[in-house]
Design a protein around this ligand. Structure first.
Ligand code: IMP
Ligand code: MG
Length: 179
């Protein structure tokens, strides 16, 4: 089994790159079918979604725009419960179809905050595309339109997701090894 060390934690390989890329392609193909005539604005949530968004957009072939926002809710391994301000959305979303591109929907608090903000800004239709979802952790009534992979409620790193800032560059997903 491949294991790696990041800071004080050990992680073991759980989802290899090929499996990730196949699942991401399927999301892109579904979006192509659903949003062909909607001129969607993709909103990539930094930092975690950068790798997912990069691969996803290689499959998306409908006319579209992509922009980036930033916020954060995590402090190390545990959610802090408070979500910071959204920064960087300069485009108007009034009347538009937007697709929020996230790395993971965990409790759903972050996504709820983003949805509230986009509704307030006048978006017409909001879809959610997430690389990962932890269905057992969901605390909010949120419907995720596109999920590449569903995973158990364990802490993971890789493919954009970090542990205290490290591990985002890993091309595979690794799961924390309990001590
Ligand atoms: P939520 O607000 O609880 O849904 O958390 C969403 C954010 O928490 C994600 O965008 C990630 O940045 C972070 N997050 C949740 N679970 C993990 C994990 O297992 N590893 C790394 N980051 C995570
Ligand atoms: Mg994130």
């Amino acid at each position: 089994m491949t294991t790696i060390q990041i800071k004080d934690k050990k992680f073991s390989l759980s989802i290899p790159e090929a499996e990730i890329l196949k699942a991401v392609r399927e999301v892109g193909e579904a979006i192509n079918r659903d949003l062909a005539h909607k001129n969607p604005l993709f909103i990539c949530v930094l930092n975690g979604a950068f790798m997912f968004a990069g691969d996803l957009m290689k499959t998306v072939s409908v006319p579209c725009e992509i922009t980036f926002i930033k916020l954060s809710s995590y402090d190390g391994l545990y959610t802090t419960g408070s979500v910071k301000e959204i920064i960087g959305l300069n485009e108007s979303v009034v009347g538009r179809t937007v697709v929020v591109v996230e790395d993971i929907v965990d409790t759903g608090l972050t996504m709820e905050r983003i949805l509230d903000s986009l509704h307030a800004k006048g978006a017409n239709e909001i879809r959610i595309a997430t690389f990962l979802q932890k269905p057992d952790a969901l605390q909010r009534d949120i419907t995720v339109d596109y999920v590449a992979m569903k995973i158990p409620n364990d802490f993971i790193v890789g493919y954009g997701l970090d542990y205290d800032g490290y591990g985002r560059n890993l091309k595979d997903i690794y799961t924390v090894v309990p001590e």
